[in-house]
Design a protein around this ligand. Structure first.
Ligand SMILES: O=C(O)CNC(=O)[C@H](CS)NC(=O)CCC(=O)C(=O)O
Length: 271
């Protein structure tokens, strides 16, 4: 199956982001991609809560979701919306950072709320408090497209290997890590973390990413696809566009036959 990873430079205007995302999805479908994946916060990258309050919507009213579902149906492709920032009905007013798996008929077949919040101080000048704006999810989610089991995760989740192991042991063959990675940690950790998750689980790892300057922050780009042996299938580097890879379920079986660590559970005590 041909898969496509979109690298975006989403701004803080959902309508504009939708226009650009739609064009790249159409381009990917015209190139024969049957599974197309977009980065974290496809609809809006913003560090301003006031701006988010102004432009974001609850899931039922979100235009990006409605339009991309229609687009998946029109083009007959499977779609992973890496995430949408959405309002919730929570009393504390926090948003959801929610990923959607959409089938060829435009149906939502799985949704996942990012579990691990990026509450990190990289330097005096660069710090993130994601849990202030977003309410974390609490369930790992497996979706399914065209006979492939898809483990859904987002960005900072990549640093928590037990989540990926649980998804692989639950049946995942492809792990999604749509992201908006920081530049400093991207340079230091991005490829290594993603390759490790592929090697440990014997899964494909697909990580479509935000890139470049956004209002109030900057992201690393380098959308990455790994095969189940940990080989880099594609690295988009910088800029905006689409990368293509081939997914072959036999490669999952092959890697796991050589090193079956993903399925070995040896109990131990302590420390
Ligand atoms: O804030 C939003 O609107 C959406 N959320 C994100 O972009 C999140 C929190 S700032 N980014 C990450 O998790 C980057 C993780 C990272 O860079 C690392 O693990 O090193």
């Amino acid at each position: 199956m041909k898969a496509a990873l979109l690298q975006l430079n989403s701004g803080d205007c959902p309508a504009e982001n939708l226009v650009r995302t739609t064009a790249l999805i159409e381009e990917a479908a015209a190139s024969g991609a049957e599974f197309i994946a977009t980065p974290e916060v496809t609809n809006c990258v913003s560090v301003s809560r006031a701006r988010q309050m102004e432009v974001l919507h609850v899931e039922a009213d979100d235009i990006t979701l409605t339009k991309l579902r229609d687009l998946a149906a029109t083009l007959g492709v499977n779609l992973l919306i890496g995430s949408l920032a959405l309002k919730t009905k929570d009393a504390d007013g926090r948003f959801a950072n929610r990923s959607f798996l959409i089938d060829r008929s435009g149906n939502i077949t799985a949704r996942y709320d990012k579990i691990h919040m990026f509450d990190v101080t990289l330097s005096e000048a660069e710090y993130y408090q994601e849990s202030r704006g977003y309410r974390p999810g609490s369930s790992a989610v497996l979706g399914r497209i065209d006979g492939l089991n898809i483990g859904m995760t987002i960005c900072y989740d990549v640093r928590f290997p037990h989540l990926y192991r649980a998804l692989a042991q639950g049946g995942a063959e492809v792990l999604m890590v749509p992201s908006a990675f920081a530049v400093a940690t991207g340079k230091a950790h991005w490829e290594t973390l993603l390759r490790a998750r592929a090697i440990e689980t014997g899964c494909y790892v697909l990580a479509p990413a935000q890139w470049g300057a956004h209002e109030g922050r900057e992201t690393y780009g380098h959308s990455l696809a790994l095969d189940p042996w940990g080989n880099v299938l594609s690295d988009f580097g910088e800029g905006v566009g689409v990368s293509y890879i081939e997914i072959d379920k036999n490669q999952v079986l092959k890697a796991r036959k050589r090193v079956p660590a993903w399925g070995h559970n040896q109990p131990f005590e302590g420390p």
